[in-house]
Every structure is written in structure tokens, then in C-alpha cells.
Design a protein around this ligand. Structure first.
Ligand code: HEM
Length: 405
């Protein structure tokens, strides 16, 4: 690879295998200035873990991109910015603290654990539809469908409206995950969000008057003393949950199946002992996790490993590199479904640690567990595995698998 290739985070070689490239950076230049991306790239476990908890690094990457837009463009993308700027994921304290506290009340572990039988039903229904097939695209026919059905169920979205939600959420994902190969991604995200905003505002207003036993009602009623969520904030919260819980969990399931098929001895171990499912899911999050990297903005200038990070510069926290750091993990490039300890950074760390981690884990365990139980024999199809060309997430385009019950 040439130096330029090394700086192209979207180069096909880096998209196909980010681990070799990031290992090179971790070994040679762990706090690397990337000229093409125009920001710092952190690849060591200790640095990435510390950066997640560093108050000098801001999670607000919406304001800087807003400031770069012309008034015309700003108007065209009004809904996108109105909604995204209210996401707790893109806010620092004290706004983040307030939103997270209000949400913690609605998104309780009890509400999540109640979902276990329903997730099983959803997975089984989808698998039954695949019974007569000999080849399955695990992404589009299974992994993609489980999370959206589960989150729609949890929120209390009527069954007939789920295709609408799926469509809007897809349009938004093009933008947030930076799908560089889709030219009209801003226009599609804006239109999708306008429609989703109108739909969800109506639902929230409705639940305020007629509460039900669902997450939409808890969000509509979320309060802390005198403090309550406005309708706009409640809608933004729902869009964040729909969005944050969708593609990430799809990728956990699909990346997990791919990794198990590439490591048949580990798949056999899991088939023999289903009690390994929780640790297998943790290992998938470490080894081929859905969240490849996250962006922060320096709020002030500071030194790191002798490099001067300036106020306003972008910093990329590369979880895919940290999770393969030999200083933290024994045999980091070995996939081990029983790995322990496994303190990976797949869900981030610190105040923004994934709110939906318990749900994602439960979905991953149930979906992967049911899939391998249903098909006694599974083999990778002939076509080469292709990944989406994005900076932030590790996402398969499709995953063709030959199956036999
Ligand atoms: C395997 C699936 C998932 C992965 C890998 C994942 C990963 C992450 C990561 C890395 C963060 C930290 C972001 C940051 O520090 O900037 C995060 C935050 C978040 N996640 Fe997840 N996530 C997953 C599933 C879910 C699900 C199912 C939900 C909810 C339904 C969810 C909701 C959230 C929310 C609301 C935040 C923002 C938390 C905050 O800013 O305080 N995630 N997620």
C-alpha cells in the first residue's frame, strides 16, 4: 500500500480488511494525522478507551457541520438538523445528562427482559419462512428484519405501519453512516425524517391522551421532577432508538454469522454448548463489531503521545483497532467464543455507553442461537463477501449462505 492508500479510510482494501491497516497504524503511528479525512486517528486500546471518557472531546458533530452550510443548504436540511441536534448521542453534558436521565426511566432493563419471548417468536417466524430454501441471504432475509420488528414492537408501532418505519429508517441511515456512494442521501434523509417526524408527533400526542403499556407511552410521559420531554424531544428520542437499534443490531447478527462460518471449530463449539451464546456475542462485538469507529471534536487544544491536537479538529476513535490491540487482548486476531475477560469497546465507554446494549445482546443471542439451531448445516456461498464503504460501521452488503435443516 502507498502512503495515500494508507490515508484513504474508504479504500477498497481497507473496507475489505480494516484490521491489517489499523494494526499498521497502531504499531507505527497510534495518534495519526490523516490528511485525506482531515482529522486524527486513534488506534490503541488505552487511547481509545480514554478518549471516550475525555471531556475535552465533544460528541457534538452536528453543530460544526451546521456551521459549514450555506443558508440555502441549511433550509433544505432543516428537519435533519432539528432532529439530530436533539439526539443525546450528539450532545455533551448538561443536555446529554438530562436526556439520558429522562430516557433511562423509560428504557428500563425490566422493559427489555420482558421482550425475550417476543424476540424468539419474531426470529422463529422469519426462520419458518426460510424453511424450504437452500440458499439464504442472511442480511436481507433475517438479520435486517429482526431489529426493526423488535424495536417497533417495543415502541408500540402498529404492525401495519412497520414498513413505513423501515423505509424512513433506511433513508436516515444513508446519512448518519455516511454512505458515500449514494448521491441524493441528504434529500432522501430530509424527506424520510419529515414524514417520520409528522407520524411520530401524532403518535406521541395520542399516547399522552391515551397511554398504553408501551415505550412510546413511557417516552411521552418521561419526567424528572418538573422536567418533561417536549413533543419534539420525544420524537427525536424515538427516531434515535429506531435508528441506533436497527442497522447496528442487523450487523451484529450478520457479522456474527459470517465470523462463525469462517471459524467452523468455534461454530461447532457453540452448537454443542448453547450456554456459550452470551460470550460468543461479546466476542463478535470485539472481533467483527458493528461499530468500527466514532467521531469526536476537540473542544480545546491538548497533547497526546507528543502530537498536538488543536481545538476544533476531528478525532476518530477506532474501536475496530482498539478491540484487536495485543496489549489488551491475548491472541487478539483469534476468534474465541469463550473469551474471558473481554472488555471490548464495541458499545463505547463512559457517558455515551450504548443505552440499548442489553437489548442488542438479547437480540444477538436469540437470533444467532435460533438460526444455528434451525440449520444443522451452513456454508458460505460462492460470491465474495462485500462490505458497505462507510467509515463508521462494519456492515455487509449481503451474506449468501447455503443451508440445510
Ligand atoms: C449491536 C448493536 C449495537 C451496537 C454495536 C451499538 C453501539 C453503540 C455505541 C458504540 C454507542 C456509543 C456512541 C458514542 O459514544 O458516540 C451507542 C450509543 C447508543 N446506542 Fe447503541 N448500539 C447497538 C444497539 C443499540 C440498540 C438496540 C439501541 C436501542 C434500541 C441503541 C441505542 C443507543 C443510544 C440511544 C445511544 C446513545 C447513548 C448516549 O449518547 O448516551 N443501541 N451504541
Amino acid at each position: 500500500m502507498t502512503t495515500m492508500v494508507h490515508d484513504d479510510l474508504l479504500h477498497p482494501d481497507v473496507i475489505a480488511d480494516p484490521y491489517t491497516y489499523f494494526q499498521y497504524l497502531r504499531d507505527t503511528d497510534p495518534v495519526h494525522w490523516n490528511h485525506l479525512w482531515n482529522g486524527w486517528v486513534l488506534t490503541r486500546y488505552d487511547d481509545v478507551a480514554a478518549a471516550f471518557q475525555d471531556p475535552r472531546l465533544s460528541a457534538d458533530r452536528i453543530t460544526p457541520s451546521l456551521n459549514r452550510l450555506s443558508p440555502g443548504k441549511l433550509e433544505e436540511r432543516r428537519t435533519i438538523y432539528t432532529v439530530l441536534s436533539k439526539w443525546m448521542a450528539f450532545n455533551d453534558p448538561p443536555i446529554h445528562t438530562r436526556l439520558r436521565m429522562l430516557m433511562n426511566k423509560a428504557f428500563t432493563p425490566k422493559a427489555i427482559s420482558r421482550l425475550e419471548p417476543r424476540i424468539g417468536e419474531i426470529a422463529d417466524q422469519l426462520l419458518t419462512q426460510l424453511d424450504s430454501k437452500t440458499q439464504v441471504d442472511v442480511v436481507s432475509e433475517f438479520a435486517y428484519l429482526v431489529p426493526v420488528l423488535v424495536i417497533a414492537d417495543l415502541l408500540g408501532i402498529p404492525v401495519d405501519d412497520r414498513d413505513l418505519i423501515k423505509g424512513w429508517s433506511d433513508d436516515l441511515m444513508l446519512l448518519v453512516f455516511g454512505a458515500v456512494d449514494v448521491s441524493d442521501r441528504h434529500a432522501r434523509a430530509e424527506k424520510g425524517l419529515q414524514e417520520m417526524h409528522a407520524y411520530l408527533s401524532q403518535m406521541i400526542e395520542d399516547r399522552r391522551e391515551h397511554p398504553k403499556d408501551d415505550l412510546l407511552s413511557s417516552i411521552a410521559a418521561a419526567s424528572e421532577g418538573e422536567d418533561v420531554l417536549t413533543t419534539d424531544e420525544a420524537v427525536a428520542m424515538c427516531t434515535l432508538l429506531l435508528f441506533a437499534g436497527h442497522e447496528t443490531t442487523t450487523n451484529l447478527i450478520a457479522n456474527g454469522v459470517l465470523t462463525l462460518l469462517r471459524n467452523p471449530a468455534e461454530l461447532a463449539r457453540l452448537r454443542q454448548d448453547a450456554s456459550l451464546l452470551p460470550s460468543a456475542v461479546e466476542e463478535i462485538l470485539r472481533f467483527e463489531g458493528p461499530s468500527k469507529s466514532l467521531i469526536r471534536i476537540a473542544k480545546e487544544s491538548f497533547e497526546l503521545r507528543g502530537k498536538s491536537i488543536q481545538e476544533g479538529q476531528r478525532v476518530l476513535l477506532v474501536q475496530a483497532a482498539a478491540n484487536r490491540d495485543g496489549e489488551q487482548f491475548d491472541h487478539p486476531n483469534r476468534f474465541d467464543v469463550a473469551r474471558s475477560p473481554n472488555s471490548h469497546l464495541g458499545f463505547g465507554r463512559g457517558i455515551h455507553y450504548c443505552l440499548g446494549a442489553p437489548l442488542a445482546r438479547l437480540e444477538g443471542e436469540i437470533a444467532i442461537g435460533r438460526l444455528i439451531a434451525r440449520f444443522a448445516s451452513m456454508h458460505l456461498g460462492e460470491t465474495e463477501v462485500q462490505w458497505q464503504p462507510t467509515l463508521i460501521n462494519r456492515s455487509l452488503k449481503q451474506l449468501l449462505v447455503q443451508v440445510h435443516a
